[in-house]
Design a protein around this ligand. Structure first.
Ligand code: PGA
Length: 250
């Protein structure tokens, strides 16, 4: 089944509004008319209005890096799905490994966020991946299965269509160490098989699984070129229009 690739920029906690605007103004002409892949930018919440306004009417979507599972409430410092939709965000990352590592997000929280995202029609990119010790001790497969099962608890096949998964081996994020295309494809096969197990083969065949972790212009083609890999979630190399464009045009 042909799956349209999604190339996503995770800007993490970088850029001011002026820098974000300058990025979009430089980037849009570079990718104008590029229809082969979907493109999305994930800036910090404070940058969203600027980036959404700058990208309006273009082929570049904008999403948030995180979202709370509650619809509203006394959750200081958090952002709700309604707030994101009201300003025109269309996507959100869920359970990025930095959220799991530094902000104690568990599979259970990821699951709650996924339910909220699907209920309100924001496109969720659910991030999963093993840490180095897990890979070295042969636990990659069981970790990925546990994360997929946890994230998808209570999700039905009918509701699952918008979900995107990002496989990001934690040891490859921001380290310059990339999984080889074969390693990434193997992990993607494990993830897709687990989705098939939970939600059936049609959902599994259609779901997009992105790779993330030190994706750069010089390794993007080998990675995204794998049949199992349906795009990329890019951190460091997404901060400059030229390098992110080179990845979009892998
Ligand atoms: P990186 O980050 O490309 O800088 O490794 C990827 C991510 O954290 O999504």
């Amino acid at each position: 089944m042909a799956r349209t690739a999604l190339i996503a920029a995770n800007w993490k906690m970088y850029k001011t509004p002026a820098e974000a605007k300058a990025f979009v103004e430089a980037f849009l002409p570079l990718v104008a008319g590029h229809t082969r892949d979907e493109i999305a930018l994930f800036p910090s919440p404070v940058l969203l209005p600027t980036v959404i306004a700058s990208a309006a009417g273009s082929n570049v979507a904008v999403g948030c890096q995180n979202m709370h599972f509650a619809e509203e409430g006394a959750y200081t410092g958090e952002t709700s799905v309604g707030q994101l939709l009201a300003i025109g965000a269309t996507h959100t990352l869920i359970g990025h490994s930095e959220r799991r590592q530094y902000f104690a997000e568990t599979d259970e929280i990821v699951n709650k966020k996924l339910h909220t995202a699907l209920k309100h029609n924001i496109i969720p990119i659910v991030c999963i991946g093993e840490v180095l010790a897990e890979r070295e001790s042969g636990q990659t497969e069981s970790v990925l299965k546990t994360q997929v099962t946890g994230a998808f608890a209570g999700i039905t096949a009918e509701a699952a269509a918008p979900i995107v998964i990002a496989y990001e081996p934690v040891w490859a994020i921001g380290t310059g160490k990339t999984a080889t295309p074969e390693m990434a494809a193997d992990a993607h096969k494990i993830i897709r098989a687990e989705v098939a197990n939970l939600l059936g083969s049609d959902v599994a065949a259609a779901i997009r699984i992105l790779y993330g972790g030190s994706v750069k212009p010089d390794n993007a083609t080998a990675l995204i070129g794998q049949e199992e890999i349906d795009g990329a979630l890019v951190g460091g190399a997404s901060l400059k229009p030229d390098s992110f464009t080179a990845i979009v045009k892998y």
